[in-house]
Design a protein around this ligand. Structure first.
Ligand code: SAH
Ligand code: SF4
Ligand code: F3S
Length: 471
């Protein structure tokens, strides 16, 4: 048994890591043929992409996928720790699985992802969820085949979580959700330690993949006909810093752009590491999409300092203006937290002021959620939840107004859309524009997911646009 330990997870020293290729363990390959699995994913794109590896590992074991958890022999939850409601959702699902397990004695239940890295969660599982068959963390996903095999063979709960990162594993099998757009990890973990955030504890310190490994993965995607790659990391802008002296995110973006894939996206960018060269590269290559996610978190420099964000309202705005100026037509989205401990009405008004100034194209807004073990958890927090929720509502009204305002500017324009499919509700095609806006549109000719088409915008809504494909 290996249990999570925050003391270990908190260590920030840079240790050399090895790159190890995933070795196929032929003894368990196809061993569980005939059994089925249901995988439920919570959280961010990183977890979604991990689930693409997890599915492939389960298929390697011989499992096949079902769409309903009640039909599965194995239910695996890939969990998220970012806010309390992510926790609640996973525990709610565990509650349903407990009932199911009373009827189906042989049902296997596993938990992995960020919650598995939390000592308090694992304690709870050891204490109150003895019927959960196995738990593994974010650093040892590659061990899934042997952990599941052991859980079945020994018929005993397996808890295998490492709090330190260990080596970087390459060559894990992957079953991608789409055959036209793909996620590519470029950097794992996060060293920023924003005071409210649990990610550095659940995902470890920053580790960049070798550029050769990233470029080889993109090349394969190009060969397979993929139209879009999204370069992934908690802070992609830090790419390379841990392993190279003179190769940065700007260089990687440029090298990927030169490979000729039609669309490149990247997420997430911490404002601190956003260099001028990166902006120049985004502006220079038409296949790097003019769409930047630039989380601000707060418009109050006082709160930003308490959050440990390493920029001020002014320096953020300077960067924001630079990106807007140098990248024509760029859309910028953000994340905002309201109700950080000690946030006053004045601090909140600074956030509203910044929102009015930036007129974001999209924004993900949250009420601060206490994460055990993070520094912000220990700060005094006198503002009642009700007041925080009111702030969130006022903030949402402000940001929504600009989504619509920005969208209206596109009416009459022609934009390029990557087709994703036909929506069930509207019976219209849908896809995303270069600036990452959801477009619902009609087309006289038949289209398939992965087609790139020009669409004339006819109407603007708050969260989407309507249009007609140009013939
Ligand atoms: N690495 C990304 C963020 C990943 S988490 C970045 O720094 O940009 C996604 C978002 O969740 C964050 O940007 C933040 O707005 C929100 N978030 C993180 N921790 C939170 C917490 N404790 N309470 C509320 N929101 C939180
Ligand atoms: Fe969390 Fe900050 Fe790292 Fe983003 S940059 S993952 S908010 S610690
Ligand atoms: Fe959640 Fe972990 Fe992502 S905490 S947001 S799944 S990195």
């Amino acid at each position: 048994m290996h249990l999570p330990d925050y003391k270990e997870a908190r260590k920030r020293d840079i240790r050399p890591y090895k790159r190890i290729d995933f070795l196929e363990n032929s003894e368990v390959k196809n061993k569980y043929q005939g059994m089925t699995f249901y995988l439920k994913t919570y959280g961010c794109q990183m977890n979604e992409h991990d689930s693409e590896n997890i599915e492939a590992l389960l298929v390697f074991l011989g499992f096949s996928k079902v769409d309903n958890y009640e039909d599965a022999d194995l239910v695996l939850l890939n969990t998220c720790s970012i806010r309390e409601n992510a926790h609640n959702k996973a525990f709610g699902m565990l509650g349903r699985l407990k009932h199911l397990k009373q009827e189906k004695k042989n049902l296997l239940v596993g938990l992995c992802g960020c919650m598995a890295q939390e000592a308090s969660v694992v304690d709870k599982i050891l204490r109150d969820y003895k019927w959960v068959n196995f738990v593994f963390g974010t650093h040892n996903m590659y061990q899934l085949p042997e952990i599941i095999d052991k859980a079945i063979e020994e018929n005993k709960q397996q808890i295998e979580v490492f709090s330190r990162e260990g080596d970087l594993i390459e060559g894990l099998p992957v079953l991608r959700v789409n055959d036209y757009k793909a996620y590519v990890n470029i950097i794992y973990g996060c060293n920023k330690f924003c005071t409210y955030c649990i990610v550095p504890y659940t995902r470890g310190r920053e580790r960049s993949r070798l550029k050769e490994d990233v470029l080889a993965e993109v090349e394969k995607l190009v060969d397979d006909g993929y139209k879009e790659v999204t370069l992934l990391g908690q802070n992609v802008n830090a790419y390379g810093k841990d392993i190279y002296d003179d190769y940065t995110m700007a260089d990687l973006l440029e090298d990927v752009a030169k490979m000729g894939i039609p669309r490149i996206r990247f997420t997430t960018s911490h404002p601190w590491d956003f260099t001028d060269r990166m902006i120049d590269v985004i502006a220079k290559y038409p296949n790097i999409m003019p769409s930047v996610h630039l989380p601000v978190q707060s418009g109050s420099s006082r709160i930003l300092k308490l959050m440990g964000r390493r920029y001020t309202k002014e320096s953020y705005l300077e960067l924001f203006d630079k990106i807007k100026k140098k990248v024509p037509g760029v859309s910028i989205s953000t994340d905002i937290i309201v109700g950080f401990p000690g946030e006053t009405e004045e601090d909140f008004l600074e956030t509203l002021d910044l929102v009015r100034r930036c007129k974001y194209d999209n924004a993900f807004t949250f009420v601060f959620s206490k994460r055990e073990g993070t520094p912000a958890c220990r700060l005094e927090d006198p503002v009642p939840l009700k007041e925080k929720e009111e702030r969130l509502q006022r903030l949402n009204e402000a940001v929504n107004q600009y989504f619509l305002e920005n969208n209206k500017k596109l009416v009459g324009c022609e934009v390029e859309v990557l087709v994703e499919g036909i929506s069930d509700k509207k019976k219209m095609y849908y896809g995303y524009s270069d600036t990452n806006k959801l477009i619902n549109f009609s087309s006289r000719s038949e289209l398939t997911p992965g087609d790139l088409v020009m669409v004339k915008i006819t109407d603007a809504k708050t969260w989407s646009l309507d249009g007609e494909a140009c013939e």
